[in-house]
Design a protein around this ligand. Structure first.
Ligand code: MG
Length: 388
């Protein structure tokens, strides 16, 4: 039986790698809907011409005429609502949208009772309390595409949840971090790093926003919150270890001291294929490990002084409510300012700390609450940025 796939964020890094997986297994998967911001009309039109989906959605309709001309035989949907509507179009929706804009896709997919293959961690981090509610929709499933959480999902399969007791047997989750391009540098060494240096990730091929987040360790901090939201483990039982080879994608330690880890080459097509096929496995391997070539696996503690973003994420996670939404929004603004050359890399954690200190403890019960919290945090971030 063919699994139908809706792909939100099709022109980004997760989107193009999802197309690779689907094209490697054409008997198993078929893309029926594509969605993107719509700013890169040429790429989206080329994808649609090759894949021939029945629906194409764009969140930004400013180049609608060009799109209509390029995609004459597709149903075009517009705006954030149009993009979110993809969630109900297929058996699985891959959410590869960048940043907070992915929240509506996450909510729409789960409330339609479909499987969400989630690569947009920001929606879960910012909207955690609201996403938790819609995850209870009959038929709704959330399979993480983020490599660490996909690893934890695989490790937890060794502790089947009989009578809901699976989580009781987990002692801790250990998330691995590559350490990014600046691993081993001190705070003093990091005063003048450039955008190009921050974008040169040693092991993973990813989009610019997440690559900068990896360089600050904010990506790992956001993943700590993501792990808490996904697996219901408290922050005292989620640890981070730096593992520069990016072969061990994360681990679960159980109450008896046994640790289960998931290992593979660092290639996002594995977690994408896992989330599409779960509980089955795809037959295509995008690279297999050669143990003699791997040789050794190293582990070291993260440097919280050189990379304060990781500690800030634990702080926001423990506050809970809208604090993770505030941190996420501030981070998106700060990273955009860094990529624009408006602030230095070293300023990013200072901006986040300033914004978090103004967190107003607003409600986090509905999607609108989250959108409002996000807007207030961005306003606070813009003020913090302007004050620099
Ligand atoms: Mg990750």
């Amino acid at each position: 039986m063919t699994t139908t796939v809706a792909l939100a964020g099709s022109t980004g890094s997760i989107g193009t790698q999802t197309i690779d997986v689907v094209e490697a297994e054409p008997e198993r998967f078929r893309i029926v809907a594509l969605g993107a911001s719509g700013r890169d009309v040429a790429s989206l039109a080329a994808q649609a011409a090759r894949i021939r989906p029945s629906v194409v959605a764009v969140s930004d309709g400013s180049r609608l005429d060009e799109l209509k001309a390029a995609l004459p035989s597709c149903e075009l949907r517009l705006g954030e609502e149009g993009l979110a509507s993809l969630g109900a179009e297929a058996d699985v929706c891959v959410n590869g949208v960048v940043g907070f804009a992915g929240l509506r896709v996450t909510l729409a997919t789960l409330s339609a009772g479909r499987r969400l293959a989630l690569a947009n961690k920001e929606s879960l981090i910012a909207g955690g309390p609201v996403v938790a509610g819609v995850r209870r929709t009959p038929g709704a499933e959330l399979v993480p595409v983020d490599s660490e959480h996909c690893a934890v999902h695989q490790c937890l399969a060794s502790a089947p949840d009989r009578e809901g007791r699976g989580a009781d047997r987990v002692q801790r989750i250990v998330l691995t971090a590559s350490g990014g391009p600046f691993r081993g540098r001190t705070r003093a060494d990091l005063q003048s790093v450039t955008v190009d240096e921050a974008l040169a990730h040693p092991t993973w091929k990813m989009g610019p926003k997440i690559t900068v987040d990896s360089s600050t360790l904010m990506n790992k901090g956001l993943e700590v919150i993501e792990a808490h939201e996904l697996f219901g483990v408290d922050y005292d039982h989620i640890d981070v270890v730096v593992h520069p080879q990016s072969i061990v994608h994360s681990m679960v330690e159980f109450t008896d001291g046994a640790t289960i880890a998931q290992l593979s080459n660092p290639d996002m097509r594995l977690p994408i294929g896992y989330a599409l096929a779960w509980p089955d496995r795809i037959g295509t391997a995008f690279g297999r490990l050669d143990w003699a070539e791997v040789g050794r696996l190293d582990f070291e503690p993260p440097d919280l002084e050189a990379f304060p973003c990781l500690g800030l994420a634990y702080e926001a996670g423990r506050i809970g409510g809208t604090a993770p939404a505030w941190l996420n929004a501030a981070n998106e603004e700060a990273v955009a300012a860094f990529l624009d050359g408006a602030i230095r890399w070293i300023d990013i954690p200072d901006v986040l700390e300033a914004v978090l200190s103004r967190h107003d403890g607003g409600r986090a019960e509905t999607a609108d609450d989250i959108v409002d919290a996000d807007a207030r945090a961005r306003e606070a971030a813009r003020r913090a940025l302007a004050a620099r």
